[in-house]
Ligand binder design. Structure first.
Ligand code: HEC
Length: 451
């Protein structure tokens, strides 16, 4: 039983088409952002560590700039991180309504962890700014005359300490959240594993999940490299006060990161297809994988040109083609998921149908207060009808079940009878009001249902 089964209603077929589109859009925003943040935070804490160890200001600046640019602004970050992850969670809860699979509960956990990691990482980013402010104050002081008070020194130490603590913690939580996220979506797209994997340990020992996780990490590093190129050099004219030395450092690390990540992707695209359960497969899955592969090749070429000829102005193109790779992969994964839940959706649709009928019955019942169907039956119907024997008209037991609980349809007949059965004369219109006909229909269906 999923926690969400009480919160969501089972979707109907037309609803599912819409959910598919929403799901693809949410993934399209969420995955590139998460990838950028995952690659960016790791790279940032690495250069932060390196910078503090070697006292190299350039590394520290790189570390700060990476998290600054790649995490976007706090509010925008919440919008492109939290909103989509909650959407994805709710859409999965609807698709997997009533299914015995841990995916939805696990997704809930990962969503909470994602939110925690954003909060911690934005604190990480903030402490950089505090450090910067402190440093600019210090540079104003004349060291010969001024003496920095012990309290201020202590404060500075604390900020530096919490800076790396936030960095490590935020990155760690983010990677755990990502693993759970990939784990639950991987399980969801293989209906065979729904009943097999039922705890976190199950996620940890699944080869397919690790392959998908590594795939995600490779795309993360690729998009991180691409995003650094884009945000440092292209977006809104890039960062303006770049020294030659800093520019070379950025280029060296971002291109090698992007290239490594991109070159690893084809391997995972293939393994992903090889290990896919047969019922999740379709020819479109191959087509979209092929398109993703094509993008990967183009990106590799562009990166090579950037690296060799310093054609930094290709950075924008690299970043956007990487986003395109994401789009194809996401559509492919959504197709796989769609194939996996096909059978399950049939039961969901039946459930949604049932619920709809119940709702209509409830609505009609509430509109028919004060009408007594039994009285109407005695006054207007019993001359020609019984439940079990044939009089002028057919017994209800024979005719009502054929309406299959559809109150509206039966009420329509009673309100305005049409010729049905050649063995009987047509039923004369009994001149009931629409509400009375509704009440009769509801009453007959309930009565027959109980017999
Ligand atoms: C004068 C006789 C007569 C009266 C009064 C009458 N019916 Fe009928 N009813 C018939 C006949 C005859 C048929 C068969 C019509 C046909 O098959 O075309 C019929 C058929 C039906 C059917 C089956 C429809 C189907 O799809 O096969 C229902 C339900 C029904 N009546 C409900 C009622 C209700 C409710 C009332 C009272 C409000 C009522 N009838 C009063 C003669 C009557």
């Amino acid at each position: 039983m999923n926690f969400f089964d009480q919160l969501v209603i089972p979707p109907s077929p037309s609803h599912v088409a819409l959910l598919n589109v929403i799901q693809i859009l949410a993934f399209l925003i969420f995955l590139p952002f998460t990838g950028m943040l995952a690659g960016g935070s790791l790279l940032s804490i690495y250069f932060n560590y390196l910078g503090k160890k070697t006292k190299n200001e350039l590394y520290i600046r790189f570390s700060k700039d990476i998290i600054d640019k790649l995490s976007i602004s706090r509010n925008a970050g919440y919008a492109v991180g939290m909103l989509p992850v909650m959407t994805i969670l709710f859409v999965y809860a609807q698709f997997l309504y009533g299914a015995k699979v841990i995916s939805v509960n696990m997704l809930l956990l990962s969503a909470l962890l994602f939110i925690a990691s954003y909060i911690i990482l934005y604190n990480y980013k903030n402490t950089f700014h505090l450090e910067k402010i402190l440093n600019s104050f210090k540079s104003l002081l004349n060291p010969d005359i001024a003496k920095i008070p012990a309290g201020a020194k202590e404060y500075e130490r604390k900020i530096i300490e919490s800076n790396s603590r936030y960095g490590h913690m935020g990155t760690f939580v983010l990677y755990v959240a990502t693993f759970l996220f990939i784990g639950s979506t991987t399980i969801a797209s293989d209906s065979q594993s729904w009943s097999q994997v039922n705890n976190i340990l199950g996620l940890l020992v699944s080869g397919r999940i690790w392959l998908n996780y590594l795939y995600f990490l490779s795309t993360s590093f690729a998009i991180t490299g691409g995003a650094i190129l884009f945000f440092f050099f292209a977006w809104q004219g890039g960062i303006n006060d770049l020294t030659e030395e800093y520019r070379n450092l950025i280029k060296k690390y971002s291109v090698s990161l992007a290239l490594t990540g991109t070159l690893l992707q084809p391997i995972f695209l293939f393994t992903n297809i090889i290990f896919l359960p047969r019922e999740s497969m379709s020819s479109y899955v191959y087509i979209y994988s092929g398109l993703a592969l094509l993008c990967v090749l183009i990106v590799c070429n562009l990166l090579y040109v950037i690296f060799k000829d310093s054609k930094i102005n290709y950075s924008g193109a690299v970043f956007f083609i990487m986003l395109l790779t994401f789009s194809f992969t996401i559509v492919k994964d959504q197709l796989i998921f769609g194939n996996a839940v096909k059978d399950h959706l049939k039961t969901v649709f039946a459930k949604s149908d049932e619920l709809e009928k119940e709702t209509i019955a409830l609505v009609t019942a509430s509109g028919t207060k004060g009408i007594n169907p039994e009285e109407i039956f005695n006054a207007k119907c019993s001359a020609c009808h019984r439940f079990d024997v044939k009089l002028v008209g057919p017994p209800y037991q024979q005719t009502v079940p054929k309406y299959n609980g559809d109150v509206n349809k039966l009420s329509e007949f009673i309100y305005n009878p049409v010729k049905v059965n050649a063995d009987y004369p047509p039923m004369p219109n009994q001149g009931l009001k629409k509400k009375e006909a509704d009440a009769m229909a509801q009453w007959l269906i309930t009565k027959i249902g109980k017999k």
